[in-house]
Design a protein around this ligand. Structure first.
Ligand code: ZN
Length: 82
């Protein structure tokens, strides 16, 4: 994936902060030393063109694995209500 600086030159992605399975912040810096711009770009899921071939249980397992331990514990407690 290529990110461009507001000056039009290629930017270098230094760090990726994944906020969820569908959102990430990219910490970028311009490759032009005369510019020196550093900025954050957002990448997010937009829409499906072809559905995933994975089963719903595989998708749920991946979502649970991506949750924080606190959120996972809360989900376990909520599921006990059923
Ligand atoms: Zn620049």
């Amino acid at each position: 994936m290529r990110v461009l600086c507001t000056c039009g030159k290629k930017a270098i992605i230094g760090k990726t902060d994944r906020l969820s399975l569908a959102h990430a912040n990219l910490y970028c810096s311009c490759s032009d030393p005369e510019c020196g711009h550093t900025f954050v770009a957002n990448v997010s899921f937009s829409h499906t063109l072809s559905p995933s071939a994975k089963t719903s249980s595989q998708l749920v397992k991946q979502l649970v694995n991506a949750m924080s331990p606190e959120n996972r514990k809360q989900l376990q407690q909520e599921l006990r209500l059923f």
